[in-house]
Design a protein around this ligand. Structure first.
Ligand SMILES: [Fe+2]
Length: 259
């Protein structure tokens, strides 16, 4: 039996909490997403709604998140789906990150903080900010690194972020559906630049959960050892520990192609 058919998996990035952001709009969608995840053998899930310092205070966010979590918790207990869930957030990158105690936004019981970069530009001070965070005991996990144009045009930026102490997450739907970039994404994995694949699921139609298919692809194209390592990384980070992983290897650009 192959690795990805046998192992239960962890999703460190999801928008399953009902009615809090642009993810699951109600409880029914939340439960549908949880069932789909379970059918994919995803048994541990981080609930990571968007948080942006410019749109909301931390207190407001935590209040709304707790309300949504209670609503989901009640329905989940009756559903009988055997999953473990933890609360977290997907924090939009901001200078506030170093001026605020970020522990309330870390995945419950851990120091893992999921951070999203601005889509259009690379914050030049990012590696330094991430390093400063690690000095404060925070473990940064950079969300869907493959979606940033600045990473696609220079994947070696990820080596700087990893060296600063960050872990990196790739979206399963990017791997499965963004055919134009699939080869590049797989090379990023082969070069040790990606620590975990997550779903970033929003709804059954917009970014559906497809972790099982994505990890099957990783196993086929990058080998069983890499697939197993990434699955383990997810479980270890979920438990608040630090994974062992390969040092990333820089890629080379030849005739416009990253290899
Ligand atoms: Fe997200």
């Amino acid at each position: 039996m192959t690795t990805t058919k046998a192992e239960s998996m962890t999703d460190l990035h999801s928008h399953i909490l009902p009615g809090i952001d642009d993810g699951a709009k109600d409880l029914q969608i939340s439960l549908e997403l949880l069932r789909k995840q379970y059918a994919d053998r995803v048994t541990q899930i981080a609930l990571t709604p968007h948080f942006n310092f410019e749109r909301q205070t931390l207190e407001e966010f935590l209040k709304v998140r707790n309300r949504a979590a209670q609503e989901l918790g009640r329905a989940f207990r009756m559903s009988g789906i055997p999953q473990r869930m933890k609360l977290g957030a997907e924090v939009f990158y901001s200078s506030e990150i170093l001026q605020t105690d970020m522990r309330a936004l870390c995945l419950t019981g851990t120091s893992l903080l999921l951070i999203e970069f601005p889509p259009a530009y690379y914050p030049q001070e990012a590696a330094d900010v991430l390093y400063q965070l690690t000095r404060r005991g925070i473990v940064p996990l950079i969300a869907h690194v493959e979606r940033y144009a600045f990473v696609r045009s220079n994947p070696n930026l990820l080596c700087d972020l990893i060296e600063a102490g960050a872990y990196t997450q790739m979206n399963a739907t990017s791997l499965m559906l963004h055919r134009k970039y699939q080869k590049l994404y797989l090379r990023m994995i082969q070069h040790g630049m990606i620590h975990v694949v997550g779903t970033d699921t929003h709804s059954p139609s917009k970014r559906p959960p497809m972790l099982a298919d994505a990890m099957k692809l990783v196993e086929e194209k990058c080998g069983q050892q890499m697939a197993r390592r990434m699955i383990e990384n997810g479980a270890v980070l979920f438990d608040g520990k630090e994974p062992e992983y390969l040092e990333p290897r820089a890629m080379r650009q030849i005739l416009g192609q990253w290899i």
